[in-house]
Each structure stands twice: as structure tokens, then as C-alpha cells.
Design a binder for this molecule. Sequence first.
Ligand code: C5P
Length: 407
Amino acid sequence: MASGRHILLIIAGGIAAYKALELIRRLRERGMHVTPVLTRAAQQFVTPLSVSALAGRKVFTDLFDLTDEAEMGHIELSRAADLVVVVPATADLMAKMAQGQADDLASTLLMATDKRVLIAPAMNVRMWQHPALQRNLALLNGDGILTVGPDEGTMACGEFGPGRMAEPAAIVAAVEGALAEGPLSGRHVLVTSGPTHEPIDPVRYIANRSSGAQGTALAEALLDLGARVTFVTGPAQVPPPPRAEVVRVETAREMLAAVEAALPADAAVFAAAVADWHVTGAAEQKIKKTAGGLPTLTFAENPDILATVSQRTEGRPPLVVGFAAETENVVEHATAKRLRKGCDWIVANDVSPATGIMGGAENAVTLIRAAGVEEWPRLPKAEVARRLAARIAAALNGETDRDGAAD
Ligand code: C5P
């Protein structure tokens, strides 16, 4: 429910700022509280008086306002909200956000917030299409910033094309979507994904065929249920989910360090295909072909990240899920693996080439828990992810037994 939720509304300096007045009215009609912030440029387009009258609240404009700071510091202002909305998001403000600049109240609030941010870009079509703007947009998407619009149409400057700000009704819908509560709201879930790369020398490495598809789908499904997701990924083919907190690593040892740094978590799902070994003493310089013969590689065992986390005595996530990619005797091997590693659930699958699962769009899994084994039908990877995310939510919320005994 959006009613009763707090929106911090940042109005930036563009001609579309006038639509912010209509937006405030609509948000309030739906029972939301709106705290407005105007940039200096925004005040050229709408007055603090009209914004304040519609919001029914004081308008904030200045980073160095002593009274404001005494009543509620700007950090607090950015945290008291449930959602931060930027209307219109100008090219200038988007550039500041992408670079992490904080030189006025609006940009400082955007840096200081720990809440989701929704932006409604609006600008001239050529500015929108400029590579610099698109670069900044990609950075913002990567940071998990949500966007609504822009629409295509005739603009105030007389040109036609994409760049016109989304209509207030569409922005309200996006706000309600961003505020939607899910069964995993307030939960932190850690997901590992992708392969690892283990260097031989600065230009060569040992890798595997994992695409990262199942881990990414799972992170998306967990995000859809409202979880905060830390996504620790090796160099995968599939791009990471934009709404997750993404930590990119290369080697298994880096992955373990990133996983430990991301704890505590309510649940951890280890979908990465981690290399079992790394090359000892990887060469600092490219290994050269020599007349003297072939190079010899020696290996050392990588840390088992799943087992390390499962067997922690302190700070073990209440639910730890591993994957088991097997090519024969799937259930038998995966059942033994669950006990050996000490995790709660194992999602087992048959990755023998005939199944087409590794790198494919579908997966046929068996869920193995303390109480028994459950075979799922062959499904698209996104559907496997949705079912698994729903199971995780039910277990964390105490609706089902974590061990699988009661459901
Ligand atoms: O032992 P195996 O590689 O078959 O185990 C698979 C499970 O263990 C997966 O969940 C994988 O992410 C995890 N794993 C790990 N660290 C390793 C090896 C595997 O987290 N070094």
C-alpha cells in the first residue's frame, strides 16, 4: 500500500518542473506524504510557495540552512522517506548523480539516502541521445536507480522525439510499483553467480561454461519479492540485475572475501560455478613459448565458499542454499553434498550435455532438504527462480519448515 508512505520529492530545474505540481496533488490524493526539495534552478520554473501549498509542507532548498539543519539534518531528511523521486531529472542532475557529486541540497540528499530512488528524466531529444547522457544513464541503472520515461512526443523546445517527461499518472504508477511490499521486504539475501576465472598469467586463465543465467534469474525473483540482494558475480555472460547491489569478482578467493564482507544476510544462495583449484604462483609476466619444453602448472585447492559459510559458528545466515551440478546419480551425489557442506537446501540438476541445461534457457531441478527430495518439472530458468524465491520467502517467514518437514 502506498497510502501513508513518505516521498522525498526532488524538483530540478527544467521546464517539465510544472508537472511536479500535478504530481504532488496526485500523490497526496493517494494518501502519500510529500516532502519537497527544490534546486536553485527549479525555483526559476516553480515557486516554493506553490509547491509548499500543494504539498502542505515546508519546502527545502538550501544545504546550509541553519534552521533546517537544527530541526532535521539533511542526512535525516534523506532517510525519513520511503522513496526518493526526482522530477524532472535533468541531464545536469543525472550527471551529478552518476558521478556522486554533492554540491547542493538535492545532490547531497541523493548521495546520503539509503532508500530507492526513482527518476523521471526530461530534456531535449539531442541531450537525451547524447552518448554522455546515455553513459550516465547506464551508470545510474547499474546503481539500481529506477527510471520512468521519458516519453516520445513534441517538446517545449519545439523538437520531436524521446525526452518528454512521463505524465504524472505514469509517475504515480511507478511510485506505487517501487513502494510495493513483498514477502521479502526488509530481508537481505546474498546470491553468488557466474563462473570464476583463475589466472595462469596476466593474459590467460582457467574458466568454466557457466553463463550466470540461473543466478541472475534468482536475484531478479528475490528482488521482485522485495528483498535487498547482494549479488556477488564472477565474469558472467548475462548482465547482472540492475536493482541488486553488484560486487564483481574474478577468482574464488575474491568471491569468498566479497561474500564474507556482505554478511550478515537472512539467506544466502550459492549459484556460482566456482573453480575447485587455482594455479599456484600464477606468473607475473606472460609465459613465453620456449625451446626448453612445455610449462607445468601446479594447482592448489580453492576455498569452498558454500561450506565455509554453512559451517560458520557465528553469523551463519539462517538459510543457506547450495547448487549441485551433476552428470550422474544426481540425487545421491547431491544428498551427500548437502551433508558434507552443511547447507540447508541443495538445488540439484543434471548438467550432462544431453540435457542442454548448462547455458540453456530451461532447468530441471530437484530440491533436497533434510526431510526429503522433491523433483520439479523442467521449467524456464526464470520460473525455477520464482519458485525457489517463493520457497525462500515462505521459509524465512516461518510459513514452512526450513527442513521441509512440515510442507
Ligand atoms: O562441490 P561443488 O562444486 O559441486 O558444489 C557446488 C555448490 O558449492 C554450489 O552451490 C557452488 O556455488 C558452491 N561452491 C562454492 N565454493 C567452491 C565450490 C563450490 O561456494 N569452491
